[in-house]
Design a protein around this ligand. Structure first.
Ligand code: HEM
Length: 470
C-alpha cells in the first residue's frame, strides 16, 4: 500500500486554482480521495489554494484526526496540528529551532525571532521591560487618549472610512480606526517623533507589503533602509537627550524604547543602528498588523453574534473573554510557526529528520476538540478557555486551557499583554461611541455564494462595515 507521503500530487495540476481544490461551503472539506487504508487523502496542493486561505479549518480537522503530523512532500515540510504536540514543540527551543524565518527576515533584518539561547534571552529582556508589567500601567493613559482622539476625528468633514447619513453613520472600522491605531500605539512605545509618524506609517506599510513576494520585497527593503537612515539621527539625539512617556498629569513616567535602546551598552558597546532598526521593524511588524487584525476580527465576530455583543455592551469586564475567544477562534495573522529540527526526532510516532522544516499549526491547536468543546463555535462564555494572566508556559488546569495564538516557550509573544490592553481599551471607547452598532452586510465583501459576508479564513478582515445610530 502506498504511503500518502509517496503519492505524486504534483503531476498535471496547477497551483492556486479552483480546479485543484474547489471552494466548499464554510466548514466543509473538499473530497480529495481516499487512501487504501480508508483515511481521507490530503492533496498538499491544498496549501497553495484560495480555498485553504478562505476555509482552512475542515482541513485542519482532517489532519488532527488522521495525520496529526502531516508530511508534505510537495513543499518539503511537516505540519504539527494537535494541541499537545504543538505546545510541546514550541516549548522545546533546543530541538525545534527558530532559524531561519524566510521572507519576513529579509525585510525586517536579523530580528529577535531568528535568535535562540543566550543571545535570544539577552535581547528579549528589553521587550519584556517595555511591553509588560509596570510598563502597561504607565501606558494605558496614552492608549486611551489616542483612541479617543482618533474616534473624535470621525466628526471632521471627509474623515477617512466614515459616511454620514441623516439617520445613521456608516464606518469601515479598518480605514476609520484599526489600520492606524496599533501602529500609532507602537510609535508611542518607541517614542517616534510625532511629526514623522505619517512617514513612519508609510515605511511600515511598505515593509509589510514587502513580505508578499519579489515584486514588493525590493520596495520593502528600500523602506527599511530609509527607516534606518532616519533612525541614525534619532539615536544620536536620544543618547544625550532621552525622551519620555508622560502620565495623564504630564509627568514623565519612563524613557521611551528608542531612548533606552540608544543608551543600552552590551559588553561596553552601544547597539548598532542596524540592530536598533531591527528592534523597531520587529515591533511594528509584530505589533501593527496583528493587533489591527485582532480588533477587526473581534468586532466582526461580536457583530455576527448580536447576543454576545449585547452582553459585552452591558458588562465591560467581558472584553477580556471576547479578546481571548477571538484569538482562539481566528488568529489574525501568522498562526503557523516555522521551526527547524536540530536533531533526528519523533513527534506523535512520526520520524522527523534533523534539518527539517516543521510548521507548528496554532490555528489547528486552538480548535483541538480534545481541549475545546464545539471548537468551531465562537462563544465568549465558553468555560474551557483560560482568560487569566497570559503565561509563556501556557495554562491547563481545572478543565481550562489557554489558546496558542501568542505561541509558547522562549519566543512567546512579548506583545501579548499590550495587544490585549490596546484591543480591550479601545473597544470600550468604541462601544461608548457607537449607539446600536450593527453589521452593514451590503457593504461587506461577499463569500462564494455572493450573499454571505466573506469568512475570516486564515487571517483577518481587511474591511469591516458598521452602521450605528447618530
Ligand atoms: C493579536 C496580536 C498578536 C499576535 C497573535 C502575536 C503572535 C505572536 C507569536 C505567535 C509569536 C511567536 C512567534 C514564534 O514562536 O515563532 C510572536 C512573537 C513576537 N511578537 Fe507578537 N503577536 C501579537 C502582538 C504583538 C505586539 C502588539 C507586539 C509588540 C508591540 C508583538 C511583538 C512580538 C515580538 C517582538 C515577538 C518576538 C519574540 C521572540 O522571538 O522572543 N506582538 N507574536
Amino acid at each position: 500500500m502506498a504511503d500518502i507521503a509517496d503519492l505524486d500530487w504534483s503531476a498535471g495540476v496547477k497551483a492556486g486554482t479552483y480546479e485543484d481544490i474547489p471552494p466548499m461551503p464554510v466548514g466543509q472539506a473538499a473530497d480529495m480521495g481516499t487512501a487504501a487504508d480508508g483515511r481521507p487523502l490530503i492533496n498538499p496542493r491544498l496549501f497553495d489554494s484560495a480555498e485553504y486561505l478562505r476555509n482552512p479549518h475542515p482541513y485542519f480537522r482532517l489532519m488532527r484526526e488522521h495525520y496529526p503530523v502531516f508530511r508534505d512532500k510537495l513543499h518539503n515540510c511537516y505540519y504539527v496540528t494537535r494541541y499537545d504536540d504543538a505546545r510541546a514543540c514550541a516549548a522545546d527551543d533546543l530541538r525545534f529551532n527558530t532559524i531561519p524565518k524566510g521572507i519576513a527576515s529579509t525585510v525586517l533584518g536579523n530580528t529577535q525571532l531568528e535568535l535562540s539561547g543566550v543571545e535570544h534571552r539577552r535581547r528579549r529582556g528589553v521587550f519584556d521591560r517595555h511591553l509588560a508589567g509596570r510598563a502597561l500601567q504607565d501606558r494605558i493613559h496614552a492608549i486611551e487618549r489616542l483612541a479617543t482622539a482618533m474616534i473624535a476625528a470621525w466628526d471632521k468633514p471627509q474623515a477617512r472610512g466614515v459616511t454620514d447619513l441623516s439617520s445613521c453613520r456608516t464606518i469601515d472600522l479598518g480605514a476609520a480606526f484599526c489600520n492606524e491605531f496599533p501602529v500609532r500605539v507602537v510609535c508611542e512605545v518607541l517614542g517616534f517623533p510625532e511629526e514623522s509618524q505619517d512617514q513612519f506609517h508609510y515605511w511600515y506599510q511598505t515593509m509589510m507589503d514587502g513580505f508578499g513576494g519579489s515584486a514588493t520585497a525590493r520596495q520593502g527593503l528600500e523602506a527599511r533602509q530609509d527607516l534606518e537612515d532616519f533612525v541614525v539621527g534619532l539615536v544620536q539625539a536620544r543618547r544625550s537627550d532621552p525622551t519620555y512617556l508622560y502620565d495623564a498629569a504630564g509627568n514623565p513616567v519612563r524613557e521611551d524604547l528608542i531612548s533606552t535602546l540608544s543608551r543600552t551598552r552590551v559588553d561596553g558597546d552601544y547597539l548598532s543602528t542596524e540592530e536598533i532598526t531591527s528592534y523597531i521593524a520587529l515591533l511594528v511588524g509584530g505589533g501593527g498588523e496583528t493587533t489591527r487584525g485582532a480588533i477587526m476580527n473581534m468586532w466582526y465576530l461580536l457583530l455576527r453574534h448580536p447576543e454576545q455583543l449585547e452582553a459585552v455592551a452591558a458588562d465591560d469586564t467581558l472584553w477580556d473573554a471576547a479578546f481571548q475567544e477571538t484569538l482562539r477562534f481566528a488568529i489574525p495573522t501568522g498562526g503557523l510557526q516555522p521551526r527547524h529540527t536540530t536533531v533526528d526526532l519523533e513527534v506523535c510516532g512520526v520520524p522527523i529528520p534533523a534539518g527539517s522544516l516543521v510548521h507548528i499549526v496554532n490555528h489547528s491547536a486552538n480548535r483541538d476538540e480534545r481541549y475545546f468543546e464545539s471548537p468551531n463555535t465562537f462563544n465568549i462564555f465558553r468555560e474551557d478557555l483560560y482568560h487569566g494572566k497570559m503565561l509563556r508556559s501556557g495554562f491547563m488546569r481545572d478543565g481550562k486551557t489557554s489558546h496558542l495564538s501568542f505561541g509558547a516557550g522562549a519566543h512567546f509573544c512579548p506583545g501579548a499583554f499590550i495587544s490585549h490592553q490596546e484591543a480591550t481599551a479601545c473597544s470600550k471607547i468604541l462601544m461608548r461611541s457607537m449607539r446600536n452598532p450593527r453589521l452593514n452586510v451590503n457593504r461587506m465583501a461577499k463569500d462564494i455564494d455572493g450573499v454571505s459576508p466573506v469568512p475570516i479564513g486564515l487571517g483577518a478582515l481587511r474591511e469591516l462595515w458598521i452602521d450605528f445610530d447618530r
